[in-house]
Design a protein around this ligand. Structure first.
Ligand SMILES: Nc1ncnc2c1ncn2[C@@H]1O[C@H](COP(=O)(O)OP(=O)(O)O)[C@@H](O)[C@H]1O
Ligand SMILES: [Mg+2]
Length: 401
């Protein structure tokens, strides 16, 4: 039997974090933690204003790259609107559906019913299988009427992942078609600006009333976002360089706040794991490298052994030579050596050339035609878009060849 002293240790919460929830992905902080999105917050707020008094929420479409605060602002403002409605004596409910997790019309409709059921604390049992999208929507209409909901806001996040627009259409027409007396508004979110065309074609133009574009953050804004959450850490634990450095790196990565917050958290976890008393720049560097290795590993782990040999060849060339662009023939030579060492028959030159082009498509490499002189004609050169160390690391982490 262990002694008391040892037993209490197993729940030790460490010396680094005071409130780790604040820097966890998926956490929806309060509106006062949202930095530098005042105008966007005001726009979403004004679309929901009437609904805080039991009126119709306006449909809003939000575009912007990943990590620009689209999901956050939508969820925060909607939650706030629902609270305001309650103080006004109106019933404004909301449901958040991440369409990247629920891509079919049936899945998304089921998730909508489930979310509403939960927010209403209705305690209905929503069947997991056996119902159609229409059935799930009927459950939704019933819930809305049973609980006298005045207004409903549905957030369809990553809506471009949804297989079709039937759910959106049905929500925007629920009232006129007599399915529900509740005023329903939708916040559609997409990372793809191209999605606008598709929406324009398929859904009424009335949807385009409120269209917002979220721009990527600059280093200064990212710094402010992290500053505003530094109470996730215990006092004195963060060294001064951590926030500026994390922000600067994330700014370089397309101004993605998700990456900034993730790196912030991971740096803290590394310090904690190593038993270090402080989070330092070195932890930030390590967190970034680790994240890149993980991401790259996910990207390559599904690839065939030959693709991995090709990447290994290109990474080896990039690491050992001054120049960074290589002709297909140069890569092919090293590739055949590696493949043979691994006991496989090398693929043809042409096949390798095509596989390299495919990798460019995944963003792992970049290929371009370079004009040689008249005699040579143009030829294809390839460049690795990652640090070779990361590629080696990820390829080695991969079990299998
Ligand atoms: N303006 C902001 N203020 C505070 N945190 C932010 C801000 N924008 C984004 N974040 C944080 O960055 C992460 C990604 O934001 P998110 O809203 O999910 O981006 P998007 O939906 O545009 O991809 C979340 O953890 C979020 O809390
Ligand atoms: Mg999002």
């Amino acid at each position: 039997m262990a002694e008391d002293g040892e037993l209490t240790d197993i729940f030790d919460t460490g010396d680094i974090f005071a409130n780790r929830e604040l820097v966890r992905v998926g956490h929806v902080p309060e509106l006062d933690r949202v930095v530098g999105r005042d105008e966007e917050i005001r726009s979403v707020g004004s679309a929901l204003a009437a609904a805080t008094e039991g009126g119709p929420p306006e449909t809003t479409i939000i575009y912007g790259k990943t990590g620009t605060g689209k999901s956050l602002v939508s969820r925060c403002v909607t939650r706030q609107a629902s609270r305001r409605a309650a103080t006004n004596g109106a019933a404004l409910k909301y449901a958040y559906v991440d369409c990247s997790d629920y891509q079919t019309e049936t899945q998304a409709s089921r998730e909508l019913a489930r979310e509403l059921n939960e927010h209403l604390e209705a305690g209905e049992s929503i069947p997991q299988t056996g119902l159609s999208a229409v059935d799930y929507r009927d459950i939704t209409w019933d819930l809305l009427s049973d609980y006298d909901v005045d207004s409903l806001v549905v957030i369809l996040d990553e809506i471009d992942k949804l297989e079709n627009e039937d759910l959106l259409r049905s929500l925007s027409r629920a009232r006129e078609s007599g399915k529900s007396n509740t005023f329903i508004g939708v916040i559609c979110i997409s990372n793809k600006i191209e999605y606008r065309e598709r929406l324009n074609e398929r859904v009424d133009s009335s949807l385009q009333d409120n269209e917002l574009v979220f721009d990527p953050y600059g280093a200064k804004q990212l710094r402010a976002i992290l500053e505003n959450r530094k109470d996730a850490f215990k006092p004195g634990v963060l060294s001064d360089e951590v926030i500026p450095k994390t922000a600067a790196l994330a700014a370089r990565e397309h101004g993605d706040a998700r990456k900034a917050v993730e790196t912030f958290y991971e740096a803290g976890r590394l310090a904690e794991k190593n038993g270090d008393g402080q989070v330092t720049e070195a932890h930030v560097d390590e967190a970034i490298t680790q994240a890149e290795v993980n991401r790259f590993h996910r990207l390559v782990s599904g690839q065939t052994p030959h693709v991995k040999y090709i990447l290994r060849a290109l990474a080896a060339l990039t690491a050992s030579e001054e120049k960074k662009q290589f002709r297909t023939a140069e890569i092919y030579d090293l590739y055949t050596t590696i493949a043979t060492q691994e006991g496989s028959d090398p693929l043809s030159h042409d096949r390798v050339r095509r596989l390299l082009k495919e990798q460019a498509f995944l963003g792992i490499t970049e290929s371009e035609h370079t004009g040689g002189g008249d005699r040579e004609g143009s030829y294809l050169v390839h460049r690795l878009m990652r640090d070779p160390d990361i590629v080696f690391n990820a390829l080695n982490a991969d079990h299998g060849p």
